[in-house]
Design a protein around this ligand. Structure first.
Ligand code: ADP
Ligand code: MG
Length: 161
């Protein structure tokens, strides 16, 4: 499995990384975000939303579990931190989203790993010890589509655009 990592030095840089990823997204893409509280999952999501052309505020849907936005593609932003169990995902009708025509962004995705599609992009955000504003963003693609996506993203980041 390819594992790529990118370091960001500020919340804005993390958002910009999300924004760059957004330019490459296609209908049906599933992006899973993991990392502790405050790691930057929502910051990254805000960047993705911006990159998809979503206007207006994007906040963690912690209590609602999902927020829907309209951009270049529909954006389904999940935060499953407060999920009680898999039945909550059933109640949400998750399959309509995961196998639909929009982009799914799932904060705390590991909590619902049993229902995640096998092919997806896992992104893990880790705080760097002793550096308050640094995050290491690990990309773990599963499946051809997502390996290609990460390769394109790395190229985009390195081209400085
Ligand atoms: P999560 O959704 O993972 O709980 P948030 O995105 O809500 O995290 O919060 C991240 C917090 O960390 C924010 O307060 C942000 O200002 C701060 N921060 C500091 N450095 C970074 C960075 N490089 N990337 C993202 N957030 C950062
Ligand atoms: Mg969050």
């Amino acid at each position: 499995m390819i594992l790529s990592e990118i370091k960001t030095g500020s919340p804005e840089e993390t958002k910009y990384l999300g924004e760059q990823l957004a330019t490459l997204l296609k209908p049906g893409d599933v992006i899973c975000l993991n990392g502790d509280l405050g790691a930057g999952k929502t910051a990254f999501s805000q960047g993705v939303a911006r990159g998809l052309g979503v206007t207006g505020a994007v906040t963690s849907p912690t209590f609602t579990l999902i927020n829907e936005y309209e951009g270049r593609l529909p954006l389904y932003h999940f935060d499953v931190y407060r999920l009680d169990g898999p039945e909550d995902m059933e109640d949400l009708g998750y399959e309509e989203y995961f196998y639909g025509h929009g982009v799914c962004l799932i904060e705390w995705a590991q909590r619902v790993r049993d229902v995640l599609p096998q092919e997806r992009l896992d992104i893990n955000l880790i705080r760097e010890a002793n550096a308050e504003s640094v995050r290491i963003v690990y990309f773990e693609p599963a499946g051809n589509r997502y390996q290609q996506l990460v390769e394109e993203l790395i190229k985009l980041v390195h081209s400085g655009n």
